[in-house]
Design a protein around this ligand. Structure first.
Ligand code: 5GP
Length: 205
């Protein structure tokens, strides 16, 4: 076996609000399958959200300063707020061999795909648009104009469907199934020959 420490894999997960993405991701993080990259956002915390755990909640000025200092791996504006991935934490965790999961929307996802060619991208979708709207409304955390904006945004995300490596459908009450599909993706990706060239190099030693 090689003594070289395996670098972690980077997973980009996107999906419209109401796709069930957060529930599935929480399950995977809690089970230790991935470490979560905590994003910075200018959005106000929702009840129960904790600064530094769910997000780093920052002001617009602070966010712009971070962009200017080159601290963001990617960032995007989403329904009147900024969201972005702090670069250093992701790089450190990958170097430590941890598999890192980014929960980011499509504009940011495209930026990461450009920069990190071996990142694995997964789109989580509900079974259809009616189900999407139903789930979004049942959360009861947003006002109507925000719900409408988020639905419009979901249409935009569909434009980029084929940019993602994988698509996972999140059926009602099937969180475990969707989580298992993502675990299967992770397993297959980690077994790719291109990620395991050390085997070839050390085989006849
Ligand atoms: P929410 O306000 O519901 O927590 O998140 C809104 C959207 O922002 C979701 O689609 C989520 O994936 C995305 N998002 C969260 N963090 C980031 C980030 O760091 N960068 C980008 N580009 N999108 C993010």
């Amino acid at each position: 076996m090689s003594s070289v420490k395996r670098r972690g894999l980077l997973f980009i997960v996107s999906g419209p609000a109401g796709s069930g993405k957060t529930t599935i991701i929480t399950k995977l993080i809690d089970a230790g399958d991935f470490v979560f990259s905590v994003s910075a956002t200018t959005r106000a915390p929702r009840p129960g959200e904790v600064d530094g755990v769910d997000y780093f909640f920052v002001t617009k000025e602070d966010f712009k300063d971070r962009i200017r200092r080159g601290e963001m791996l990617e960032y995007a504006q989403y329904v009147d707020n900024y969201y972005g991935t702090p670069r250093r934490a992701v790089e450190k965790q990958l170097e430590e061999g941890k598999d890192v999961l980014l929960d980011i929307e499509v504009q940011g996802a495209l930026q990461v795909m450009q920069q990190m060619k071996d990142a694995v991208s997964i789109l989580i979708l509900p079974p259809n648009s009616k189900e999407l709207e139903k789930r979004l409304r049942s959360r009861g955390t947003e006002i109507e104009s925000v719900i409408q904006a988020r639905l419009e945004r979901a249409h935009l995300e569909f434009k980029y469907f084929t940019q993602y490596n994988y698509v996972v459908i999140s059926k009602d009450n099937c969180v475990d199934e969707a989580a298992d599909e993502i675990r299967a993706i992770k397993k297959a990706e980690s077994l790719k020959s291109s990620r395991n060239t050390y085997i070839k190099e050390s085989f006849f030693e």
